[in-house]
Design a protein around this ligand. Structure first.
Ligand SMILES: CSCCC(=O)C(=O)COP(=O)(O)O
Ligand SMILES: [Zn+2]
Length: 221
């Protein structure tokens, strides 16, 4: 059965694809919430539903407790972050960061954002350097680097309160290779060609951040 949801801009999105995107977001949301990665309603998730000239993005609604599931957790926005159909829901306050990443990387299929103690600490400890590099970790392979002695670098940007400025800063430093950008004392944006890859990248970065914090604690004893 193919039922189409037609947007206020005349964009047709197959209902099945929308349902699949919402199901994917719900599964990811559940998994990350179980880890406590959405404290105090923070964090947001999106997946691309329709590719091509008029991409449609399924994204979390703003200000929700992401550990709680309701029928009003997600909505569809266009490439400018505008809801594609009339809705009471507000897209994530940080939608512009998501749309900036989809604009920069046409192959990007999912963008996930979480606030954790580890990513905040690493972003602050290395914020003045503008980036932090990791080497000699098996999990670097999860970020797509399988070569001997590979290293991975995640850029760090200032936490602009003006979201368009934040989105522009993330877009400026993001590279497909890094698969993530840290926002200082705020959190990480990680992405991938699909939800599975974006989740792998997010978890790999969070592992490296937690390792780094624990390593520094042990070294300081
Ligand atoms: C309460 S956390 C401040 C906003 C934020 O950084 C965040 O990730 C959540 O915003 P959203 O609008 O997506 O709920
Ligand atoms: Zn945030």
């Amino acid at each position: 059965m193919t039922v189409n949801q037609t947007s206020n801009r005349g964009i047709e999105v197959p209902l099945e694809a929308v349902q699949q995107a919402f199901d994917t977001l719900r599964q990811i949301k559940t998994r990350l919430a179980e880890r406590g990665w959405f404290p105090a309603t923070s964090g947001n998730l999106s997946v691309k539903v329709a590719y091509g000239e008029t991409p449609v993005i399924a994204i979390t609604a703003s200000g929700k407790d992401k550990a709680v599931h309701t029928p009003e957790d997600f909505l569809l926005v266009d490439e400018n972050g505008v809801p594609v159909a009339p809705t009471e829901l507000k897209p994530s306050a940080e939608t512009a960061v998501h749309t900036a990443l989809y604009r920069k990387f046409s192959e990007c299929g999912a963008v996930f954002h979480v606030h954790t103690v580890s990513n905040n600490l690493v972003s602050d400890l290395y914020g003045d350097d503008g980036a932090v590099t990791f080497t000699n970790h098996e999990l670097i392979k999860a970020l797509g680097h399988w070569e001997e002695g590979a290293s991975v670098t995640v850029p760090i940007v200032l936490n602009h309160t003006h979201i368009p400025a934040l989105a522009a800063a993330v877009e400026r430093v993001a590279s497909w290779d890094s698969r993530g950008v840290l926002i200082r004392n705020h959190g990480i944006y990680a992405w991938g060609e699909d939800a599975f890859s974006a989740l792998r990248h997010l978890e790999a970065w969070e592992f490296l951040f937690e390792y780094e914090i624990k390593r520094r604690l042990l070294m300081s004893r």
